[in-house]
Design a protein. Structure first.
Length: 208
């Protein structure tokens, strides 16, 4: 994501909190916090993946990533209690899980971007590990020959040098996303425009 005409990537955004987070008080113990109002059951969050299908580091190598494969995650996972019980963390990429993949990189940018109705990001690639997280609206992303529908809360990883584009999923609607990248490029290097390969699956939300 670079140089989108008419975009304003620096507007503030306040993500919604989960019910568990709203119930949290730092004055309570971990045990008290993990109980609901009845005091009998812990707050629970659920993975967007079916039982038994959660990604494991062993499935994707030491880095936790598969090269050139579509990788979409969300924060609908069990929280990790950190910082002496004062913080619940919903890891989409566990700590150290992308160390090997990001060695020698630098933080290229942090931004929000928006695509208006009918617009699409010009297909391109670059030597950066890039991430988009959908904030508002729905989008269709294509990475190499795979398409995927993205909805608010989805985080998609775009591998290094993977050809990609993204556009609003529904006619007459826009979407907004948070984005950042770890880059391996030389200073002032930019994206390379390209054509996308024919998709092996086509997402059509209008017919769904």
């Amino acid at each position: 994501m670079r140089g989108l005409p008419g975009s304003n990537p620096f507007l503030s955004f306040a993500p919604s909190r989960t019910a568990c987070a709203r119930a949290y008080s730092p004055r309570k113990s971990n045990t008290d916090f993990l109980k609901n109002q009845s005091g009998s059951e812990p707050c629970r969050s659920f993975s967007s993946q079916p039982p038994g299908k959660r990604a494991k580091l062993s499935d994707t190598g030491a880095s936790g990533l598969e090269e050139k494969k579509m990788d979409v995650r969300s924060a609908k996972v069990e929280p990790t209690i950190e910082h002496e019980g004062s913080c619940l963390t919903y890891f989409m990429f566990p700590k150290e899980s992308v160390r090997n993949n990001t060695m020698g990189s630098y933080l290229e940018y942090v931004a929000e971007f928006e695509l208006k109705p009918g617009a699409s990001l010009h297909p391109h690639y670059h030597d950066s590990m890039e991430f988009y997280r959908i904030l508002e609206g729905e989008a269709i992303i294509q990475i190499e020959d795979e398409q995927r529908l993205l909805t608010p809360g989805d985080l998609v990883h775009i591998p290094r040098n993977a050809r990609h584009s993204i556009w609003p999923a529904r006619a007459g609607e826009s979407f907004r996303a948070f984005s950042f990248a770890a880059s391996f490029m030389a200073e002032n290097a930019g994206p390379i425009n390209c054509e996308l390969p024919a998709p092996r699956n086509v997402v059509d939300v209008e017919r769904a």
